[in-house]
Every structure is written in structure tokens, then in C-alpha cells.
Design a protein around this ligand. Structure first.
Ligand SMILES: [Zn+2]
Length: 138
């Protein structure tokens, strides 16, 4: 039942969002999208129109990036506590522009909201290292 309703929604929802769910070349979520763009894998950045500032952190030691959830957080990758806060939304748009990504703004999408309002279609697939936060759909 659930799968069927998703398929039906795909017909009316934006095709890109549909791809995010149906297992094409894509990553979902702010962290994974940012990492994909940093690897120059991004083809199309998909964002919810009501996406605001996504405060994120970048580790100054190992450059790992994650979405800020608590006031004090260790780096999930190297365990140090030396990071900077930044607006991930802005950086995603900036990186996307630098790399010639298309940008799609989606008005209303439950699918996109489920993954935090950001997804990215990829130019090519790379094996994902164990430290990326599992946001890759496959
Ligand atoms: Zn680190």
C-alpha cells in the first residue's frame, strides 16, 4: 500500500524528487549533498522552497561536515571538538554554482521534507566511505 501511494505521488510530484526516492543516481539530505558537491559529483541540486538556514559544522582538523544538532558536539569522524559553524544552504548553492549544477526549487514535497529539504542528483556514482553518514539511498 505504502509503495503504491508513493508511486502515485510521483506522478504529481516533481520528477526530480521522484528520482530521489526511486533509486537513481542521487543522494538525499544536506550532509550527503554537500559531500557529493565537494567531490564534484553534483549534477542537480534539489531544494525545498521553504528551506531556511541549515546550520552545520565543519571540523577544522579533518574537514568533515555535519548538520549541527546540539550546542557542543564532537566531530563524528575524528572525535575532536574544534569546528566552525556555517550556513550549509548558502555553501551548497555556492558550490553548486561553481560546479555548474542545475538547481531545482521544489514548492511542496513530503519526500524532500523527509530528507531535510535537500537532495542532489549525481553525475556519477562513487563508492561511499564508511564515514559518510549513511544518507545515500541505493
Ligand atoms: Zn574531525
Amino acid at each position: 500500500m505504502l509503495e503504491q501511494s508513493r508511486q502515485q505521488r510521483c506522478v504529481v510530484e516533481d520528477d526530480l524528487v521522484c528520482q530521489l526516492r526511486s533509486g537513481g543516481l542521487e543522494v538525499a539530505g544536506a550532509e550527503a549533498s554537500y559531500q557529493a558537491l565537494k567531490r564534484n559529483q553534483g549534477d542537480t541540486l534539489v531544494m525545498a522552497s521553504d528551506l531556511g538556514i541549515v546550520v552545520s559544522r565543519e571540523c577544522k582538523i579533518c574537514m568533515y561536515t555535519w548538520v549541527k544538532r546540539k550546542a557542543v558536539e564532537m566531530c563524528p569522524q575524528c572525535g575532536t571538538n574544534d569546528s566552525r559553524d556555517f550556513n550549509l544552504t548558502e555553501e551548497l548553492i555556492l558550490l553548486g554554482e561553481q560546479q555548474g549544477c542545475s538547481m531545482e526549487i521544489v514548492e511542496r514535497s513530503d519526500v524532500l521534507n523527509e530528507v531535510g529539504g535537500i537532495g542532489c542528483l549525481l553525475r556519477f556514482r562513487l563508492y561511499v566511505t564508511a564515514n559518510s553518514t549513511g544518507s545515500i539511498l541505493s
